[in-house]
Design a protein around this ligand. Structure first.
Ligand code: SAM
Length: 450
């Protein structure tokens, strides 16, 4: 009985909620929105249950490629061609069976309630099929076939990505994967000093029983212990806080825009950095915020409004056309927080590692170069351009900057020294998950000659 108490315990509604969250996670991005919606739908109100299900949710995201290989071995076909509800239920079952120690009641709930639930969403045959597969899932023992597969199980990532990280980080590869694979319970937020001060926000959060720690590098960044309900948070709804990683906040600080300046943010949505730039400019001057994604731009507009910002002009346009739209050499400062593979965020978005494709890297690098060309034309003589990505690959970072400096001799690097570590090109800077407890991030600050 004592031993049962320590085992993983999930009630019927929890089984339904986690299957629905995994199902919705395929449709709704970022995946935490899917989780939030599913938990709401199935009345997951208890903090302990939310915590357990959140842990399983991210565990499945992180191990999805491996879990899918197991399903393929058991079912005989790739799970991608199965009914999506069956696929979600199988992913939940494999994760619980292989990576946790479920109580007998949880196994019972998985058998009965998951079968009922997916039957109600699809067809009773699908539920029966799931029922039949459950014994095989609980009997399964992982058996990596070669060294590469062993590493995939060790680092929970596809082998091509492991090889690439080894090429970049060498001996630190294990630390890198350990860091991105650990449980991320802390959520990074930035205080909007246009609406509140840091002390006031800490007080408000602590009064609500939220654990808060300050970032050592950025005074307006706080880490709060999740889960945290932003929907019902007055600090969030009143625009006093926004979710932002420390490494992202460092970008706007490095660009250092001044009140009254003209700033162009070329890939702005959903606005984490745009709102920060406006704050640093004390809401004085002008920010042109470009982005091609209408939905993400809607979120930017909501944030701008909620955070009391008046100086942002959102433009749902391709930033490669920006000089034709707002003119050449109009900007004191340009931020190009470029679209990228986002490989530096696999700790925060754990399923991403299984969706990433190696051939995407060169495709992104090409787009980044085109955007850099546009950025170069916008900067006034003597003005500055900050190029950032949340990718760890050199093709998207140092290699692009080397290329840029070659084709644009009118620009030189302004060396960056703090708060993170040198990049692989002198003067550039990188943040690393395993060294700095934030997302992987790259910075290159460039100045146009007068
Ligand atoms: N700076 C944003 C922030 O801090 O919240 C994040 C930007 S995200 C890294 C990159 C953005 O580039 C995406 O929102 C994407 O829609 C946008 N994007 C992709 N191609 C673009 C293009 N050609 N022109 C403008 N924006 C583009």
């Amino acid at each position: 009985m004592e031993a049962e108490k320590k085992k993983l315990s999930i009630p019927p509604k929890g089984i339904r909620a986690i299957i629905e969250a995994i199902r919705l996670g395929e449709i709704i991005k970022p995946s935490q929105y899917a989780k939030r919606e599913a938990f709401k739908k199935h009345d997951v109100e208890e903090a302990w249950l939310n915590r357990v299900l959140t842990m399983i949710f991210y565990d499945i995201m992180k191990k999805q490629g491996l879990i899918d290989k197991v399903i393929k071995e058991i079912v005989g076909v790739t799970p991608l061609i199965l009914d999506p509800w069956l696929r979600a239920a199988l992913r939940v079952a494999v994760d619980i069976a292989l990576f946790h120690d479920p109580s007998s009641q949880t196994i019972k709930n998985l058998r009965w309630k998951a079968s009922d639930f997916i039957s109600s969403r699809t067809h009773p045959y699908v539920g029966m099929y799931f029922w039949d597969l459950l014994d095989k899932i609980f009997e399964y023992k992982p058996n990596p076939k070669n060294e590469l597969e062993e590493l995939e199980w060790k680092y929970l990532a596809p082998s091509w990505l492991i090889e690439r990280v080894k090429g970049i980080l060498g001996d630190e590869t294990e630390d890198f994967f350990r860091s991105v694979n650990k449980r991320h319970e802390w959520i990074s937020i930035r205080v909007n000093t246009l609406k509140a001060n840091v002390e006031e926000v800490i007080g408000e959060l602590e009064e609500d029983g939220v654990e808060v720690v300050r970032s050592e590098r950025v005074p307006t960044i706080l880490k709060i212990k999740g889960p945290y309900n932003f929907d019902t948070s007055s600090a969030f709804n009143e625009g006093k806080i926004i979710v932002q990683e420390e490494a992202s906040a460092v970008a706007s600080i490095v660009l250092d825009p001044k009140p009254g300046e003209t700033v162009v943010d070329l890939a702005a949505a959903p606005g984490g950095k745009t709102t920060h730039l406006a704050e640093l400019m004390k809401n004085k001057g002008k920010i042109y915020a470009f982005d091609v994604d209408k939905m993400r731009m809607k979120r930017l507009k909501d944030f701008v409004k909620r955070m009391g910002i008046k100086i942002v002009k959102p433009l749902v346009k391709d930033a490669r056309k920006a000089p034709e739209i707002i003119g050449e050499e109009v900007a004191d400062k340009v931020l190009l927080d470029a679209p990228c593979t986002s490989s530096g965020t696999i700790g925060k978005n754990p399923e991403l590692r299984w969706r990433l494709r190696e051939d995407k890297i060169n495709e992104m690098s090409q787009l980044q170069r085109e955007l850099l060309e546009s950025a170069a034309r916008l900067v006034k003589p003597g003005g500055r351009l900050l190029y950032t990505t949340c990718s760890i690959f050199k093709e998207e970072n140092e290699k692009n900057i080397r290329w840029f400096l070659n084709v644009h001799p009118e620009f030189k690097l302004v060396p960056l020294k703090s708060p993170y570590d040198p990049g692989f090109l002198e003067g550039t800077m990188r943040a690393w998950p395993h060294r700095h407890s934030t997302i992987g991030f790259f910075y290159a600050l460039l100045e146009k000659s007068k």
